[in-house]
Design a protein around this ligand. Structure first.
Ligand code: NAD
Ligand code: SAH
Length: 416
């Protein structure tokens, strides 16, 4: 290794050490895995964002006895220093920040070359490739975990069409993931990415949040907390009503497009901001996506509308100049702004998501022979254990049911 690689790996190690400080639950699970070796002899191919927090997860899985190959789950999100540190640590990492689409998929193929027993995915790209282009590996794969909402939507569709060939655990659907990672993690890190990229003032601005699910709610809360006027767009009447009763203005995108200063998509859907919306936007409007891949903002429509494109007016900020002189600013090429322009969710949040992930892998290792192909919830005890350990690490105590209370909750004969 040359001096440059060595200093990159050292910087990555420092970053991972910093993350470790805020991940007490995953640290404890790693120590337990080290003692019990629940993953001995297992090969894992993982497609996750290559960040310091992922490195801590990889460390726990490795301590449990697994051999791991890692590819990035996004072409822009890799922390190159962390990738270098992980390679030093004996993990086959196939990832680099800023790769093109072909290289991104080639890296996933390279991770699969390990011949996995278990796969970890974040958005279902790796599972998709396994079922379409690497079917020869399917017989060896005995289980998987999926980290995010959109991946699970896709897996459920695969299962419904009897296309899914192995059991997959829906890590995203745990309460400790969705309530904290999607909500508080996305809420904070999305604004962090936007501010790092643009240094824009949030107070007093009109911020349009597209989608009021777990992520959208988090982004809207944090934007409101910064003093922004928040408009929500939705397609689900219940979510729209919820947003309205929480005091947000709810509008169709066609109307919101005319007044927003900053647009943030978190829907998991495509073409949420498209040509007819772009045509209405104010000069200087900022466009950011924190939902799924680069499909939520129609970047091609933006390119077609623009007469000039000034790439990199700031890091992760491209300026599109329209025929009438208006300038629209696209962040992170329309990909996840929180993992491209910032560092993704804080380690304290990923502590919960990745502890659930690590325990789900150990559960799979034990149960996979008994599970038919399909999508499985993480056992409720794992969810509760992660929350209990997190509370203990924070020194927070809670009440326990008395016997009388437990009986009361189980009874129906007594009346009130
Ligand atoms: P969710 O299902 O809870 O919420 C999505 C919301 O978007 C729903 O309320 C849905 O009705 C709404 N929606 C769908 N199409 C829409 C449209 N055209 N216009 C307006 N609203 C629309 O999902 P979630 O857990 O909030 O996740 C949202 C997306 O963010 C997913 O793609 C998920 O994978 C991703 N995600 C990103 C991060 C991150 O770090 N950036 C973290 C977690 C999840
Ligand atoms: N791969 C797809 C979907 C990603 S959804 C894409 O890039 O568009 C985002 C996921 O990233 C979330 O489920 C969240 O758990 C994960 N994430 C957020 N911050 C992270 C971090 N610091 N390290 C690793 N993963 C992170």
């Amino acid at each position: 290794m040359d001096a440059e690689d060595k200093s990159l790996a050292e910087a990555g190690e420092r970053r991972v050490d910093w993350a470790l400080r805020s991940m007490p639950v995953l640290r404890a699970i790693g120590a337990r895995f080290d003692a019990t070796r629940p993953l001995d002899g297992l090969k894992i191919a993982a497609c996750l964002h290559v960040t310091a927090e992922t490195a801590v997860l990889v460390g726990a899985l490795k301590a449990g006895g697994a051999e791991i190959a890692l590819a990035a789950s996004n072409p822009l999100s890799t922390q190159n220093d962390v990738a270098a540190a992980l390679r030093e640590y004996g993990v086959a990492v196939h990832a680099r920040a800023g790769v093109d689409r072909d290289t991104y998929y080639r890296h996933i193929h390279q991770a699969l070359d390990i011949g996995p027993d278990i796969v970890l995915d974040d958005g279902c790209d790796l599972v998709n490739i396994l079922h379409t282009e690497r079917v020869e590996l399917l017989d060896g794969v005995t289980g998987g975990c999926e980290e995010t909402t959109t991946g699970i939507i896709r897996l459920r569709q695969m299962a419904a069409e009897s296309a899914l060939r192995f059991p997959v655990v829906a890590v995203n659907d745990t309460r400790t993931k969705r309530m904290f990672d999607n909500r508080y993690g996305t809420g904070q890190s999305t604004l962090d990415g936007i501010v790092r990229a643009t240094n824009t003032l949030l107070a007093g601005r009109t911020i349009v949040v597209a989608g009021f699910g777990f992520c959208g709610r988090g982004v809207a809360e944090r934007a409101k907390g910064q003093g922004a006027r928040v408009i929500v767009t939705e397609i689900d009447p219940v979510k729209a009503l919820d947003a309205s009763l929480q005091g947000y203005e709810v509008l169709p995108m066609a109307e919101a497009a005319r007044t927003g200063d900053l647009f943030i998509t978190v829907t998991g859907n495509r073409d949420v901001v498209r040509a007819e919306h772009l045509a209405e936007m104010r000069d200087g409007a900022i466009l950011a996506n924190a939902g799924h891949f680069d499909v939520e903002i129609d970047v091609r429509a933006l390119e077609e509308l623009a007469v000039t494109v000034n790439l990199g007016v700031r890091p992760h900020t491209d300026e599109y100049v329209l025929a009438d002189g208006r300038r629209l600013l696209l962040l992170a090429e329309g990909r996840l702004v929180n993992l491209t322009a910032a560092e993704g969710h804080p380690a304290a949040v990923m502590d919960m998501s990745f502890s659930a992930q690590a325990l789900a892998v150990a559960w799979l290792a034990e149960e996979r022979v008994r599970l038919a192909p399909g999508v499985y919830d993480v056992p409720a005890e794992i969810d509760a254990e992660v929350a209990r350990l997190k509370l203990a690490a924070a020194g927070i105590e809670i009440d326990a049911l008395t016997t009388v209370q437990a009986d009361y909750l189980r009874s129906w004969r007594l009346g009130s």
